[in-house]
Design a protein around this ligand. Structure first.
Ligand code: TXA
Ligand code: MG
Length: 358
């Protein structure tokens, strides 16, 4: 399906939906745009990305304009084949090799010292570059067909939750990019783990589906986690982590504690707000939903399925804007496994507004 829509002076955005037999045509159309310096939104297994030719300074600059992204926040370079890595980075040591064997293609981004071919415009002026090989056939097909590495941040306006559904990409980027590919719901739903390999000990800069324990098991060594440097007012190592992120328009309150008391507290707050005609919604697991008394309840998954919760987090937050909700209550989640990444994103979305109940 190809749709061309033009509204006012907005850019023409070509919209494509992937089905069983059109992926080659769509990839070839997208690759032409990338090669000619345009922007293509494409699906990955983590979240949707806005792609441009990573070796073309002017194309990558457009990404910053479209997203309203600060220019010191570097982009991740996506590659389709492991063999392409040495073209772009220096010092691929045994640690890097083990991680690539174990986790690529997949949601692990690795930071290396860059080679000259990688422009400073996409690294925010840094000597390092972030690289990942996405676990998505459309994404890798687009990179291969373009014969270029593709730099791609998450497909959202800066500060908003990342897009994991086509509808959410459209809401932010329609009329601002040349093409959007609808590849369905992003399976992981949370951006990749970012791991710095330029430090003496590998250091996690952003948690994701590939956890610290998974990485340590492969390397048979302990690694560091710099995710919380922000909280201690130290300069964050991943420039992107210093900006307010993932926020819907409404105010998010996270409620943490014994689940019976959490439900009771949320119900009391909802009652007060509804009494003064404020819009309020509760995002919760299905296990809690029957006990919540609120007009708008959004179920994020089941308690025993952290992956499902992760995959629905951003879409639940974005739906709050579609419903025009001004007050959002959500309970905290276990920080086991991918739960670390879920709580990291949620705390940022809530600007650390968390209430602890006994
Ligand atoms: O899953 C993902 O990683 C998605 C999909 C589209 O691949 N992309 C994504 O990109 O989340 P973005 O731009 O939203 O986030 C990239 C993060 C930012 O926090 C950025 O600061 C950090 O990676 N980063 C990129 N290059 C870096 C570098 N050289 N040193 C430190 N941090 C870097
Ligand atoms: Mg992002």
């Amino acid at each position: 399906m190809i749709i061309f829509i033009e509204i006012g002076d907005q850019m023409k955005t070509k919209l494509f939906k992937i089905n069983q037999d059109n992926s080659e045509t769509i990839i070839s159309e997208g690759a032409k745009i990338i090669v000619s310096g345009g922007l293509v939104v494409f699906p990955t297994e983590t979240v949707y990305g806005i792609g441009a030719n990573a070796l073309n300074k002017d194309a990558s600059k457009k990404i910053y304009q479209v997203k309203g992204r600060p220019s010191d926040n570097p982009l991740i370079v996506h590659i389709a084949d492991k063999d392409d890595l040495p073209k772009y980075v220096m010092n691929i040591d045994q640690i890097a090799k083990k991680l690539i064997d174990a986790f690529w293609p997949g949601s692990l981004t690795l930071i290396f010292n860059k080679k000259e071919i990688i422009p400073y415009e996409i690294t925010g002026g840094l000597e390092t570059v972030a690289i990942r090989m996405p676990d998505n056939d459309i994404a890798r097909g687009l990179i291969r067909e373009s014969q270029m590495p593709i730099c791609a941040p998450s497909a959202n306006i800066s500060g908003k939750p990342s897009s994991t559904l086509y509808e959410h990409v459209l809401a932010d980027l329609f009329g601002k990019v040349e093409m959007i590919i609808d590849g369905g719901k992003s399976l992981v739903g949370i951006e990749s783990t970012v791991l710095d390999l330029t430090t003496q000990i590998p250091t996690i800069l952003r948690p994701g589906a590939i956890t610290k324990t998974m990485i340590e098991n492969i390397l048979s060594m302990s690694i560091l986690d710099a995710t919380h440097q922000n909280a201690e007012n130290k300069a964050p190592k991943a420039p992107g982590m210093k900006y307010k992120h993932y926020s819907p328009n409404g105010k998010i309150t996270i409620v943490d504690g014994n689940h019976l008391n959490v439900v009771k507290f949320i119900n009391q707050e909802v009652e007060k707000l509804e009494a003064i005609s404020e819009t309020v919604a509760v995002i919760c697991v299905s296990d809690y939903a029957p006990h919540i008394k609120c007009k708008h309840i959004s179920i994020i998954g089941n308690l025993d399925d952290p992956k499902e919760i992760a995959s629905n987090l951003f879409s639940s937050l974005r739906n709050m804007d579609q419903l025009g909700i001004k007050n959002i209550y959500i309970h905290s989640f276990s920080t086991d496994d991918i739960g670390t990444a879920v709580m990291d994103r949620l705390l940022k979305a809530a600007d650390n507004n968390i209430i602890k109940i006994k």
